[in-house]
Design a protein around this ligand. Structure first.
Ligand SMILES: Nc1ncnc2c1ncn2[C@@H]1O[C@H](COP(=O)(O)OP(=O)(O)OP(=O)(O)O)[C@@H](O)[C@H]1O
Length: 607
């Protein structure tokens, strides 16, 4: 019924409409949607023959628009425009009657009056018919013009064309639905309705077809089900969205905004994650889990039986076997700091029930297995092919430790290990527990500060520091505040951490970097070379050691000096807003050897 063939329209060098072609059968409602400035109104004006009428090649009912008789066309095609004159000095009834001008020459006939009455009623403005148009509200004026357009097409011609540019603007919800129902009645009689609209859910609910436009072009013309896909809509509108099925009419229901992705309960977690990835292809699983309100382990488990294999939680048996994988990358992190160290898992010590260790030169870890709960083998697709890893999670479902294969790793040993520890149950995962940190700091007045200070001065071993905090019932940051003197604990600006790392790199001073979470602390010892800012992250980017520290999340940084039998040990301790340690730095040291003078010098210069 309508053929639009290769429409191009530009203003100076700006292409407003480019290569627009589509055709449509009678009896349909087509919604044109797209972001502001996409060209929707321009396309509608073009179809209405308001732009470039001489060049117009559009065909309506097999006749080119320009070949239609001027007096015939208004009975076959009408347009509701987005912008209407505000000051027509007529009554409502008189404005609606303008729609009948194509039907009478001087005086309206009974037929015309009946039609006007009918549409006054149908658009719910009959009660306003004798009022001045100029004093109506926005929504009332809108309905007057809609009635005018409808009465213009009130005839027995088949296959009329109704064009409407944002007709739902200004209308309250019941009048929006009333209008859409009216339009449906037209299409049911075989007319073609094309309307520009911004409400994608109404388009989804009512339109037979959707034309999605962007930058002067048609991106897609298809059914609402095909057009309203999160990867398409979020890309075109540059805004995250979730799309689920409307339980009432089974049409796509579009929910905009990041939070809606969390609220979307009608689809399962796996679909929600896929939607999120469609919106943000680079999102990391840790952030995706946060956005979806689940733990990382629960999200990973949605891929069980695909690229994820659940392992038996026999950590004390698995970990000592990691050595067989050869060189790998160990990753331990908390919310604010990521620690990645490459090496071989040598010298495991699992003899103590309290803490287990790896004490290799490269892989150096203090492990607290009581916090470990689940283990998985993961195979991810990456730019360089498959990326295999072992991933360990705590009781709360948060990642404690990950071991990634690197090109030098023994993949056969990995496969053997996975086969050996594969759990018989590949369907269910451990329930996660919420772990609440309910440490309440005691007021300083309840602390025996003098005894605490003396105890600090009398320290002989850094390992006793933690026991000392327990004994006096102080939190770690409280201890630093109550330290014996400024010498023992001094608060520094967080930028001093960057200064320290840059100086350690420049002077090639070997340092130690401790990063951990409840279940594991991972340590790097050595010189660092390449440091770099990336947005709010300060990074160490060396071949075998990477650290990524989110500087925006640091609330306190301290220089902490503890007496030991080998002399003073100086640390820089970095905390988040909950008073939890993000990362700790030391100069390289070994029991029995005093700490490096170079390190002390760097720290002495920090403020
Ligand atoms: N006569 C004109 N001269 C110059 N530029 C124009 C003209 N008409 C439209 N444009 C430009 O063409 C682009 C498309 O405008 P159009 O009104 O068709 O967009 P739209 O998709 O209807 O946008 P909105 O959702 O904001 O109503 C816009 O960038 C607009 O500024």
């Amino acid at each position: 019924m309508l053929i639009v063939d290769n429409v191009n329209y530009q203003h100076k060098s700006f292409k407003i409409l480019e290569n627009i072609s589509f055709d449509s059968d009678a009896g349909k409602m087509i919604a044109i949607v797209g972001p502001n400035g996409a060209g929707k109104s321009s396309l509608l004006s073009y179809i209405a023959n308001e732009i470039d009428p001489k060049k117009n090649t559009i065909q309506l009912k097999n006749i080119a628009l320009k070949n239609w008789k001027k007096e015939d066309l208004p009975q076959h095609k009408a347009k509701f425009s987005q912008h209407q004159p505000a000051d027509i000095p007529l009554t409502v009834e008189e404005v609606v009657l303008m729609g009948r001008y194509p039907y009478f020459s001087n005086t309206p006939q009974q037929k015309d009056k009946n039609s006007v009455d009918f549409w006054l009623n149908k658009t719910d403005i009959n009660h306003l018919k004798n009022r001045d148009y100029q004093h109506l509200s926005g929504g009332e004026k809108q309905r007057v013009h809609l009635a005018r357009v409808f009465t213009q097409l009130d005839n027995n011609h088949p296959q009329k064309l109704i064009l409407l540019d944002e007709p739902l603007n200004n209308l309250d919800i019941s009048h929006q639905f009333n209008l859409l129902e009216i339009l449906k009645e037209f299409t049911a009689k075989g007319d073609l309705v094309i309307l520009v609209m911004h409400d994608l859910n109404l388009a989804s609910q009512f339109a037979d077809e959707v034309i999605l436009m962007d930058k002067g072009k048609i991106v897609l013309q298809a059914s609402p089900e095909k057009v309203f896909k999160p990867e398409i809509i979020s890309k075109i509108y540059k805004f995250p969205c979730t799309i689920c099925q409307n339980p009432i009419d089974q049409k796509p229901l579009i929910l905009f905004g990041q939070k809606t992705i969390k609220m979307n309960t009608t689809t399962d977690l796996k679909t929600q994650w896929n939607d999120l990835k469609a919106n943000q292809p680079k999102i990391r699983i840790r952030n995706a889990a946060k956005d979806l309100g689940v733990s990382e382990m629960e999200l990973l488990a949605t891929q069980l039986g695909e690229n994820v294999t659940k392992l038996k939680p026999e950590f004390a048996a698995i970990l000592p076997e990691i050595e067989s994988l050869g060189k790998v990358m160990a990753l331990t992190r908390n919310n604010e700091c990521v620690h990645e160290r490459k090496g071989i898992y040598l010298n495991p010590d699992f003899s103590s029930p309290h803490a287990q260790l790896f004490v290799g030169e490269d892989i150096d870890m203090r492990i607290f297995l009581t916090h470990w709960k689940s283990a998985f083998a993961v195979v991810e697709a990456s730019e360089h092919g498959e990326r295999k890893s072992l991933q360990f999670f705590g009781k709360d479902g948060e990642a404690i430790h990950k071991i990634y294969l690197v090109p030098q790793s023994n993949t056969e040993a990995f496969d053997t290990l996975v086969e050996k520890y594969k759990d018989a149950d590949q369907k269910t995962v451990a329930e996660t527990e919420k772990i609440v940190n309910n440490t309440i700091e005691k007021p300083d007045t309840e602390i025996d500060v003098e005894a605490f200070r003396q105890s600090w001065i009398d320290l002989k071993d850094t390992h006793d520091f933690f026991m000392m905090l327990r004994k006096f019932g102080v939190t770690r940051t409280q201890a630093l505040r109550l330290a014996p003197t400024d010498y023992h604990a001094k608060k520094i600006e967080k930028d001093a951490i960057v200064t320290m790392l840059e100086q350690a790199s420049e002077t090639q001073t070997p340092i130690m970097v401790f990063t951990g979470n409840k279940g594991n602390i991972q340590i790097h010892t050595g010189e660092i070379k390449r440091t770099m800012w990336h947005e709010n992250w300060f990074n160490i980017l060396d071949p075998d050691f990477n650290m990524h520290l989110d500087m925006s999340k640091i609330t306190e940084a301290w220089i902490v000096r503890k007496p030991t039998e080998d002399g003073i040990v100086t640390a820089i301790e970095v905390f988040n807003d909950k008073g939890e340690i993000i990362v700790q730095f030391f100069g390289k040291r070994k029991p029995g050897i005093p700490e490096l003078e170079q390190w002390r010098e760097i720290v002495a210069g920090l403020n």
